[in-house]
Design a protein around this ligand. Structure first.
Ligand code: NAD
Length: 253
C-alpha cells in the first residue's frame, strides 16, 4: 500500500466519485488532504469521512476553471499544512455523449475544455510554483481511456482527455530533473455519478458499457483511487510522464 505519512495532498473534484475515493485513499495512507470542489455540502461529507476515520482534512471551495480560485486552493493548503507534496487534478465533466461532432453544440466544447483542460492547466500552474520551491512533488491528472482512443459521439470529451495526456507528458519532461513527477490515469467506465447520469439519460448504455469491458463490469472508484495513491507516493519514484490505463482490458482489444 502507498505510504503518504507526513505528506500533504490536494484533490480537486473530491466531493464525489473518483475524487472522493482518491481523497479517502490518500488520507488512509497517512496524508493530510485538501478536499477541493464546487460542491461545499458534499465536499464537507468527504472531509467528515476522513476525519471520522482518524485522518486530517480541510475543504477548499474551488472552481478549477478560475485561476484565482486554484491559487487560493493551494494557498489554503499551505496555510493549513505548510506544504504540498501531491496533487490530484481530478475535477472533470462529461459534456454530452448524444451527438456526432457536426450536430454537437459549440458551447458544449467550450464548457468541457474549460473544466477538463483549462482546469488542469490552472491547477498545475498553482501547484508547480509550490512544488518547484519545495524541490519535489507528485501530480496526478485525471485523464480517461478517452485520452488514448476514440469514442463515438464524444468528440469534445475525447479531445479534452487527449489534451490531459499531452499536458501531462510535456510537463513531466519540463520538470523531470526538478524532483517533480507528473502522471495521468486513464480509467474506463467507472461506477460514479458521471456514469450513472449517462445511464439515466440512455438506459441502453449500462449493458453497452459492461459489454465493452473485457472483464465484463465497470470499474469502482476505489480501484482508480488505489492507483492514484500509488502514483502520488514514493512507491512510484521512477514513474513520470506515464498515462496509466485502468480499464478492465478495454484498450487491449
Ligand atoms: P463525478 O461527477 O462523480 O465527480 C466529479 C467531481 O468534480 C464532482 O465532485 C464535481 O462537483 C466536481 N467538479 C465538476 N466541475 C468542477 C469544477 N469546475 N471545479 C471543481 N470541481 C468540479 O465524476 P467522476 O466519475 O468521479 O469523475 C472524476 C474524473 O474522472 C473526471 O475528470 C472524469 O472525466 C474522470 N473519469 C471518469 C470516468 C468514469 O467512468 N466515471 C472514466 C474516466 C475518467
Amino acid at each position: 500500500m502507498a505510504d503518504m505519512s507526513g505528506k500533504v495532498a490536494l484533490v480537486t473534484g473530491a466531493a464525489h466519485g473518483i475524487g472522493r475515493a482518491s481523497a479517502l485513499a490518500l488520507a488512509r495512507a497517512g496524508a493530510a488532504v485538501c478536499v477541493a470542489d464546487i460542491d461545499p455540502a458534499d465536499g464537507a461529507k468527504t472531509v467528515s469521512q476522513i476525519i471520522d476515520a482518524g485522518g486530517r482534512a480541510i475543504y477548499a471551495q474551488c472552481d478549477v476553471r478560475r485561476a484565482d480560485e486554484t491559487r487560493a486552493m493551494v494557498a489554503a493548503t499551505l496555510a493549513e499544512y505548510g506544504r504540498l507534496d501531491a496533487a490530484v487534478n481530478n475535477a472533470g465533466i462529461a459534456g454530452s455523449f448524444d451527438h456526432r461532432l457536426h450536430e454537437a453544440a459549440d458551447d458544449m466544447l467550450d464548457a468541457v475544455l474549460a473544466v477538463n483542460l483549462r482546469g488542469v492547466w490552472n491547477c498545475m500552474k498553482a501547484e508547480l510554483d509550490v512544488m518547484l520551491a519545495q524541490g519535489g512533488g507528485a501530480i496526478v491528472n485525471m485523464a480517461s481511456v478517452a485520452g488514448l482512443i476514440g469514442a463515438p459521439k464524444a468528440a469534445a470529451y475525447t479531445a479534452s482527455k487527449h489534451a490531459v495526456v499531452g499536458i501531462t507528458k510535456s510537463a513531466a519532461l519540463d520538470y523531470a530533473r526538478a524532483g517533480l513527477r507528473i502522471n495521468a490515469v486513464c480509467p474506463a467506465y467507472t461506477d460514479t455519478r458521471m456514469v450513472q447520469a449517462a445511464v439515466t439519460a440512455d438506459p441502453r448504455l449500462a449493458a453497452i458499457m459492461s459489454k465493452a469491458i473485457p472483464m465484463g463490469r465497470l470499474g469502482t472508484a476505489d480501484e482508480i483511487a488505489a492507483a492514484v495513491a500509488w502514483l502520488c507516493s514514493d512507491k512510484s519514484s521512477f514513474v513520470t510522464g506515464h498515462a496509466l490505463v485502468l480499464d478492465g482490458g478495454l484498450v487491449a482489444i
